[in-house]
Design a protein around this ligand. Structure first.
Ligand SMILES: Cc1ncc(COP(=O)(O)O)c(C=O)c1O
Length: 444
């Protein structure tokens, strides 16, 4: 049995100084379940109790090469010698921007920020300036950061399809009601619904924001046909297509989801994988649109273009661009899927995968949902019961089934064998617990 004694004790201290005892709401897993990380190396992470985990969360994606990668960390140390930030530009901004443009053809011009949230916020601002229209579309199940205009969601867990479309609610309190007026939504893979929105509100909608492989919704995928259709519809209605590649960028392909789909965004955003965990992000896009920046549109920030993050990005992108790292990450993901599938099939459990092998969604249903509404039909309760058993055995996956499993270059065959062995045990424990519960219910 895993002990979280030190984490639990530390939680009591942390909660006295930090809301929920953490620095992001998503890191709080319950008073006695919240884990405090001590350090990470490669594909593994150790908590303050000394528990070792093979990590498939990877900080929600950034550690694409593995934690504390010596190549990137050496570059970051050299970046430290540069001196941090100066409220002046440095030469490295140009060289990183040039590589990004080479890897992602749509990224004709590039601006750096610090987080995915900031990059998406900037993309929406630029789109509003360029089109003169303030509204935007976010798809159901889409997540694009922690700023007001995108912090609305479609409530589907309590939703009854007989009542029409799901209710759109704020992610929490403090989100101004006025921002709801800018927010429009539709299910993924329904191009008619997008056209319908444009027909009704096209004069108010300037941006269509999409993450084609929904990295916060089990990797549910847009079809190629859908992506081509929305590209065309956006052009017809004078709406900018913003492809949010904060998770997919430099991960699912060198050129991100845009390369996989063969679709070019007007604006695109990158963050997680680009510096192996050092904080940096990018808003990029078509030159005529990006030239709005500095020509009416404000963009900046004290810490943008930090010398440590830029140096880390320079090295990480060099590795992803010039080695077969992405191929080996992909291969690992394929092998993992095959192994998980064998275990589940042997136990007669319906399952399937969605998304890309390097950010893989696991569904307990025979067919992957085509949109967020269909997610409720998968047996996510089984996933919810399985995740804590995986944690007990030392495999770190997100407790919420909507987060895909992330792979990194440091996941090796030893990780694979250990993961599969523990997965099989966790599935058996979960099945036994569920059977026990049902037996007790029957006899009560
Ligand atoms: C697609 C997408 N966009 C934006 C963000 C926000 O990024 P950050 O957490 O760095 O602000 C996230 C974070 O998970 C994301 O997955």
């Amino acid at each position: 049995m895993r002990s979280l004694e030190k984490s639990n004790l530390h939680f009591k201290k942390a909660i006295s100084k930090l809301p929920l005892g953490v620095s992001s709401n998503f890191r709080y897993w319950g008073d006695d379940k919240t884990i405090f990380a001590k350090y990470g190396k490669g594909a593994r992470l150790w908590d303050i109790d000394g528990n070792e985990y093979i990590d498939y969360r990877l900080a929600y994606g950034p550690a694409i090469l593995g934690y504390a990668d010596p190549r990137v960390d050496a570059a970051a140390r050299a970046g430290m010698d540069v001196g941090g930030v100066f409220a002046l530009a440095t030469e490295m901004e140009y060289s990183v921007a040039r590589r990004i443009s080479r890897m992602v053809p749509a990224a004709e011009l590039v601006r750096f920020s610090n987080s995915g949230t900031e990059a998406v916020m900037a993309a929406l601002r630029i789109a509003r300036a360029y089109t003169g229209k303030d509204g935007h579309i976010v798809l159901e199940g889409g997540y694009h950061g922690v700023f007001n205009e995108v912090l609305w969601y479609s409530e589907i867990e309590e939703w009854d399809p007989e009542d029409g479309d799901p209710e759109v609610l704020p992610f929490g309190e403090g989100i101004p009601q006025v921002t709801k007026r800018l927010f429009h939504t539709a299910p993924l893979n329904d191009a008619d619904a997008i056209e319908d929105l444009f027909r009704k509100h096209g004069n108010k909608i300037g941006a269509f924001l999409i993450e084609p492989i929904m990295g916060n919704c089990c990797g549910i995928e847009a079809t190629e046909e859908y992506m081509k259709a929305v590209r065309e519809i956006c052009d017809r209605y004078d709406v900018l297509l913003i492809i949010d590649e904060v998770k997919t960028g430099f991960r699912v392909a060198r050129g991100g989801a845009q390369e996989l789909y063969g679709v070019r965004a007007d604006l695109c955003t990158f963050a997680k994988s680009m510096a192996n965990g050092y904080p940096i992000s990018v808003v990029a896009g078509r030159e005529d649109i990006m030239r709005c920046v500095g020509n009416g549109v404000v963009h900046g920030g004290t810490f943008t273009g930090h010398s440590i993050s830029l140096a880390a990005a320079d090295k990480t992108l060099e590795i992803l661009d010039e080695t077969n790292a992405l191929q080996s990450i992909n291969n690992y993901g394929e092998r993992l899927r095959a192994g998980l599938s064998e275990i589940l099939t042997a136990r007669g459990i319906d399952h399937c995968f969605a998304g890309h092998p390097s950010m893989s969604g696991l569904f307990f249903s025979s067919e992957a949902p085509g949109d967020y509404r269909a997610w409720v039909d998968s047996d996510y309760e089984f996933y919810d019961a399985l995740a804590p058993e995986m944690h007990e055995l030392g495999i770190l996956i997100e407790p919420d089934s909507r987060e895909p499993w992330f792979m990194c270059e440091a996941h090796d065959m030893k990780c694979l064998d250990e993961t599969l062995d523990k997965f099989a045990r966790a599935v058996d424990i979960t099945m036994n617990k569920i059977a026990d519960k049902e037996r007790k219910k029957r006899t009560a």
